[in-house]
Design a protein around this ligand. Structure first.
Ligand code: ACM
Ligand code: ZN
Length: 556
């Protein structure tokens, strides 16, 4: 269970290297770590993630699974349907044995048992799990399905066992589903809602929301120049802005929020130097989130960072420098039909910029106020301090008939991928490969239907859209594109349409679709994209609808 034969390349691309990976800690090595930390006044709390995330255990003890296996240690990332069988008495004995060893090694008051990301697919089909559900008299109700009740039973079992050893149990917020074990401490990772709910029910909480504190997420939007990471975007400023006591809790409920944690999952982090790079300086921001009662001030924090960085340098740590780069925003103005460029630095260091793609130097234009862009441009900007030059900020805007014009979206976007709504599609900005970074809008189960209001009558002859494809994340290309035009925004006439084949293999790509047609006069242009509504058999999500992501609609 401690060995795998290879690892998926990139984001669950379907392609694997064949480099074996293996490793484990002996009990004595674990004790060494605990002592090293304790000498520095740090308590190590272990997490044994159950009943999901257990393929390593199932490989070694296949009889603990619903199907009996055989199982292999996974070579890709994410959530496997194969989990511990909750209808099997030996599973409960296994949990007790493992936790007994863990309690023996780790002196911490708290022991984390995971409880996250446990699909119920196998349990729903397993005679032993279903017999257990009947034996326990579990019923679906407003607190969960009968399988969620079964998961709650497993977690209660772990909690009772730990209590018998004088320890307290921590679990991820999924342990709310199907009923919380008495005294369980909840780690709220899927945002803050689980933590708030647990506090309202009188349970202690540790806040570790992936909306602020997942240090495995990217810390810049410039992914092309970063080591690959899981996704997301959590710059140090966003981490710093986190307020762990939710304003809508009563003081009594808020007293249950014990503190914060940041998570650094290491699927994409092969070296310790890279772990440092992901942690620093976000960890400095986390420290103030946890300890500071004073109103926080990001500029003041940034002003104190040079001293902190002197420590990082003195200790030879690898850290990220993004917070000292030029930050830029490009805001479309639908009145003047221009795009406003704003540039800033945390310390107001001088910014030099160019608009023609050339490398900025001290001889370039000095940024003094927002710049109005009204034609296709590439912006490059740099700040130059006594300590040296920052990285170059690069962004570009592209103008066509649609740019800065309003867009009505007929079907609602997925709540997590709304970006700036319809305007995202005409903001002049192409997205990079990260579909979640705000340059793309996403929808699932419905067509993406965008009505662009050109405001004046225009002659239109082609329409281009771009989709972002990341099949490992259930993000597929379009199956059909349709273009319709209208003079009044009510009656539309179809001018072009094209079908695209179902994808026959996995891919990560940005795909361009263009439809040309005889020139036609139009005030409104409606572009419809049909997503893949049934993923192919080769994909783990076969038969289910895929997401579609689009960054820009170009009309010429
Ligand atoms: C988690 O990130 N699955 C807790
Ligand atoms: Zn089972």
């Amino acid at each position: 269970g401690s060995k795998r034969g290879g690892t998926v390349i990139g984001h669950n691309s379907g392609q694997y290297d064949s480099i074996p990976v293996e490793g484990f800690y002996t009990q004595d090595e674990a004790r060494d770590i605990i002592k090293y930390a304790a000498d520095r006044h740090i308590t190590v709390i272990p997490e044994i993630d159950l009943p999901g995330h257990m393929l390593g255990a199932l490989k070694a003890y296949p009889y603990l699974g619903c199907t009996g296996g055989p199982y292999e240690v996974w070579q890709q990332w994410g959530v496997s349907d194969d989990v511990l069988c909750a209808g099997n008495d030996s599973t409960y004995k296994f949990i007790d044995d493992v936790l007994a060893e863990v309690v023996d090694i780790f002196p911490s008051e708290y022991i984390h048992v995971g409880g996250d990301e446990c699909p119920k697919t196998r349990w729903a089909a397993c005679p032993k799990c279903q017999a257990k559900i009947r034996e326990l008299g579990l019923k679906a109700d407003s607190h969960g399905t009968k399988e969620e009740k079964l998961q709650s039973h497993v977690i209660h079992h772990a909690s009772d066992f730990l209590a018998s050893k004088g320890r307290k149990m921590i679990g991820w917020d999924e342990i709310l589903e199907g009923g919380l074990a008495p005294g369980a401490v909840v780690m709220s990772w899927r945002g803050e809602e689980g933590g708030k709910e647990a506090a309202r029910r009188g349970h202690d909480v540790i806040m570790t929301p992936n909306s602020y504190l997942y240090f495995d997420y990217y810390q810049t939007l410039d992914r092309e120049n970063e080591p690959i990471a899981i996704g997301g975007y959590l710059p140090v400023e966003r981490v710093y802005s986190y307020e762990p006591l939710p304003a809508d809790l009563t003081p009594e409920e808020a007293a249950h929020i014990k503190g914060v944690q940041a998570n650094l999952w290491t699927e994409y982090i092969p070296t310790f130097a890279q772990a440092q790079y992901m942690e620093l300086p976000r960890m400095a921001a986390l420290a103030e989130v946890q300890w500071s009662k004073a109103p926080k001030d990001y500029k003041a924090f940034a002003g104190r960072m040079p001293q902190m960085i002197a420590h990082y340098d003195a200790n030879g740590y690898n850290y990220a420098r993004h917070m000292f780069n030029v930050a830029g925003t490009l805001t479309p103005d639908s009145i003047s039909h221009a795009i406003m460029l704003e540039l800033s630095t945390v310390d107001n260091a001088p910014i030099y910029y160019t608009l023609d793609g050339s490398e900025p130097t001290e001889a370039s234009m000095l940024y003094e106020q927002p710049v109005k862009l009204d034609k296709t441009s590439t912006v490059k900007a740099v700040t130059i301090r006594k300590s040296g030059r920052s990285n170059v900020y690069v962004d570009s805007v592209s103008f066509n008939l649609a740019t800065t014009h309003p867009v009505k979206l007929v079907n609602e976007l997925h709540p997590r991928y709304k970006a700036k709504g319809g305007m995202t599609l005409t903001d002049g900005k192409f997205g990079t490969s990260g579909y979640g970074n705000g340059d793309w809008v996403g929808i699932v189960g419905k067509d993406l239907v965008a009505e662009v209001n050109l405001e004046d009558e225009q002659t239109v002859k082609d329409v281009t859209v771009r989709t972002c494809v990341a099949t490992g994340d259930w993000v597929f290309d379009a199956r059909r594109m349709t273009v319709e035009v209208s003079a009044d925004g009510k009656t539309f006439t179809k001018v072009a349409s094209e079908d695209y084949p179902r994808m026959d293999k996995g891919a990560n790509a940005i795909v361009t679709h263009s439809l040309a047609f005889d020139p036609v006069k139009a005030r409104y242009v409606r572009v419809s994209l049909q997503p893949e509504n049934s993923m192919p058999d080769w994909h783990p999500g076969k038969g289910k609808p895929a997401f579609i992501f689009v960054d820009e609609i170009e009309i010429n």
